[in-house]
Design a protein around this ligand. Structure first.
Ligand code: FES
Ligand SMILES: [Fe+2]
Length: 338
């Protein structure tokens, strides 16, 4: 009897320290009616609210780690080729991706002391620009690279910086970024993210449960409780809130449970110019994870390895979510053409 008590108190202590819980092995009965909570009108209202938030022209172009010091990176953003490079002090610079001499693509060019040397004939291009070739506003937030080349919304001014989400202190966090393309518009990526109800159904490998807290939620803030699966048997429950700092971004912040303060930022960058069909969009997701646990400090020392796992699970989720986003786009286009 005393042995049993000892065993139970040991289990209770483990549960207290590691808040995992055992999962049922069949879909729980209480999930069966949850599709009714995912009301299309409610999701549409949240998407419309998000779409009303200006980007001031700022769009995510790449992960900060993709751009080194001696080479350029060429990206397409909102139908424009954009070259990215670093100035001598490491700050981000960006400009049109075609060389003003004969139009060479400014991809993989050498950068010497902040000056791009075109690969075709060596024309130097730097912060000062050349004639009509002028640099764009650009910003490296430490995890993502932003450029101000998107359309600036009616009635608002371009701003010197993008609208940035609150992230945990980088000194105590691990950041990982994935980017995936899809045939859709940015609003479809945002719409997928503002439908949290699909989580436990479309991603049963990642979420065992999910409940939106209607009383804590408001039109511009979705609050929910969700359990992240750790394999077949256990899950970690967390409380999270979803907000949209601008029309192309959805931020999930962990507010309770494991990893409070961690954020998952989803950024939708149009590849194609507005109104071009079929539309293409790149989804960039930045996970900035933090935790007070001793184990997390060990994980931070193994950050490169941990990032591989973080990217793999994010890629698996988004493989399904981008099919969802592409389907929304397909249905909207079909309806528009009728
Ligand atoms: S095309 Fe760039 S230097 Fe000639
Ligand atoms: Fe999803």
């Amino acid at each position: 009897m005393s042995l049993l008590r000892t065993d139970r108190s040991w289990r209770a202590e483990v549960r207290r320290r590691v808040p995992v819980r055992r999962l049922p092995q069949t879909p729980p009965a209480h999930l069966r009616g949850t599709w009714r909570e995912a009301r299309p009108a409610r999701i549409d209202a949240a998407v419309e609210d998000a779409l009303g938030r200006p980007t001031h022209g700022w769009l995510v172009a790449a992960a900060s780690t993709e751009l080194g010091h001696g080479r350029t990176l060429l990206r397409t953003v909102a139908g424009r080729e954009v070259v990215l490079w670093r100035d001598a002090d490491g700050s981000l610079l960006a400009g049109p991706g075609a060389c003003p001499h004969l139009g060479a693509p400014l991809a993989d060019c050498d950068v010497v002391e902040g000056t791009v040397l075109c690969r075709w004939h060596g024309m130097p291009l730097g912060r000062a620009g050349d004639g009509a070739w002028r640099t764009f506003a650009a910003h490296d937030d430490g995890v993502l690279l932003w450029v101000r080349v998107g359309p600036v919304e009616e009635g608002v001014e371009p701003t010197p910086l993008p609208v940035l989400a609150t992230r945990p202190d980088p000194a105590g966090a691990i950041a990982s970024v994935i980017s995936l393309p899809a045939v859709c518009e940015p609003r479809d990526v945002v719409a997928n993210r503002l439908d949290p109800w699909h989580g436990a159904w479309l991603h049963p490998y990642a979420f065992s449960d999910l409940a939106v807290d209607d009383r804590a939620s408001s039109p511009d803030r979705l609050v929910l409780d969700v359990a992240y699966r750790l394999g077949r048997t256990f899950a970690v429950p967390v409380r999270a809130e979803f907000t949209c700092p601008d029309s192309h971004t959805v931020v999930m912040t962990i507010t309770g449970g494991e990893g409070v303060g961690s954020v998952v930022e989803t950024h939708a960058t149009p590849l194609t110019a507005p109104g071009v069909h079929p539309a293409a969009t790149v989804m960039t997701e930045a996970v900035v994870a933090t935790s007070e646990r001793t184990g997390f400090r060990v994980a931070r020392s193994l950050a490169p390895l941990v990032r591989v796992g973080m990217r793999a699970s994010a890629t698996q989720l988004w493989a399904d979510d981008l099919v969802y986003a592409a389907r929304l786009y397909e249905l909207r286009r079909a309806a528009a053409e009728r």
